[in-house]
Design a protein around this ligand. Structure first.
Ligand SMILES: *Cc1c(COP(=O)(O)O)cnc(C)c1O
Length: 360
């Protein structure tokens, strides 16, 4: 099967082999060595010297951890949303009682840094600003560097910056420290080529200052506990050991390619996908200049149904692409993060070419 959804992503053969290994004691020395290696490798891709914790949960758990460890009920939060996952970040903050001001962009658009800064000046102060690095639902990548810079400049003290990098980090550049991003989260089943089940969160010294005052209820995702256990390279509760086995192998492969190499490969596969789509006469949903290098949202011609196209891809070609909804547009998404080759994408283009020809 050619799994072309934007997560879970296909596993390389050596990762599949690794996840099938026998269990070890998660309080024992072998575990501690593995956990330290993985944490250090993740920090290289997050481009951070901040603390980084590995949580056993899907990516959403790390978004929740970002909120509950830095904020209190009633805190004013600016949620900049450009799609479904930005909405989710805002919803989590609301669920825990934050006073959320939501700034929503039309699907397909990226956030405008100058407008975000203006909003902060006009309606601030805010305790935190939340946004998505790579909006998987629309195939749009925000300019995290420019957003972080203008947010820092818009208020003194600057609000905390919490970024959902779940489908970006490990494939699309995010210089956590250099750009001053306080909290960045990601998930194992996206660019990391590991199974679902682990989430990652980097946490700056300023985020720790906020933690000391944060009153939102938390237990499983309390990073104070994660910090205590991380000193021994352990986790407070039993972690997803098998996923860690896989992640260790995929991170070794990623490091062999290097951080820059991994990012460059995604730029190149992203370009390849967009070119292939456009050569078929299909459209790109994302705003030019903000195309995602991990997922492409493809708009279909008038009268061509997304659900029928997805079902034909699956039944006739054994290709599983992603669905997504935006008002008034029929589109599908092609994932191209992690373990993906141009041949995988060629298969998708060939299938789409045939389906388009059948329609006449
Ligand atoms: C996949 C994804 C999530 C949700 O992750 P889960 O692992 O499904 O909880 C959140 N944000 C973004 C940008 C994603 O791509």
């Amino acid at each position: 099967m050619n799994l072309r959804i934007p997560g879970p992503t296909p596993l390389p053969p050596d990762v599949i082999e690794a996840v099938g290994q026998q269990m070890i004691n998660h309080r024992g020395p072998e575990f501690e060595t593995m956990f330290a290696e993985i944490t250090d490798a993740l920090k290289l891709f997050f481009e951070t010297k901040n603390d980084l914790y590995i949580l056993t949960s899907s990516g959403t758990g790390s978004m929740e951890a970002a909120i509950v460890n830095t904020l209190s009920p009633g805190d004013r939060v600016l949620a900049v949303t450009i799609g479904v996952f930005g909405e989710r970040f805002a919803e989590i903050a609301r669920a825990y009682g934050a006073d959320v001001v939501q700034m929503s962009y039309e699907m397909g658009k990226a956030a405008n840094p100058a407008e975000v800064a203006e909003k902060i000046r006009a309606e601030g102060p805010f305790s935190a600003v939340l946004f998505t690095q790579n909006e998987t639902s629309t195939g749009v990548t925000n300019d995290v560097e420019a957003l972080a810079k203008t947010i820092h400049e818009a208020a003194d003290p600057s609000p905390l910056i919490l970024v959902d990098g779940i489908s970006g980090v490990g494939a699309i550049r995010l210089r956590t420290d250099a750009w001053g991003v306080d909290v960045v989260v990601s998930g194992s089943q996206k660019a990391w080529m590991a199974p679902p089940g682990l989430a990652f969160i980097s946490f700056s010294p300023k985020a720790w200052e906020a933690y000391a005052k944060a009153k939102m209820p938390r237990f499983y995702f309390d990073l104070g506990d994660a910090k205590k256990y991380a000193q021994r390279n352990q986790t407070p509760a039993t972690p997803a050991v098998s996923v860690l086995y896989g992640l260790q192998v995929s991170l070794r492969n990623m490091l062999a390619e290097g951080v820059d190499g991994t990012i460059a490969r995604h730029e190149s596969i992203g370009d390849y996908c967009r070119k292939g789509v456009q050569e078929l006469g299909l459209g790109l949903f994302a705003e030019p200049g903000h195309y995602s290098n991990t997922v492409t949202a493809v708009t279909l011609p008038e009268g061509m149904s997304a659900s029928k196209t997805l079902s034909a891809l699956r039944k006739q070609y054994n290709i599983v692409a992603g669905s997504t909804k935006a008002p008034g547009v029929e589109m599908i998404r092609i994932g191209h993060m992690g373990y993906v080759s141009t041949a995988d994408l060629d298969q998708v283009f060939d299938a789409l070419r045939e389906l388009l020809a059948e329609r006449g």
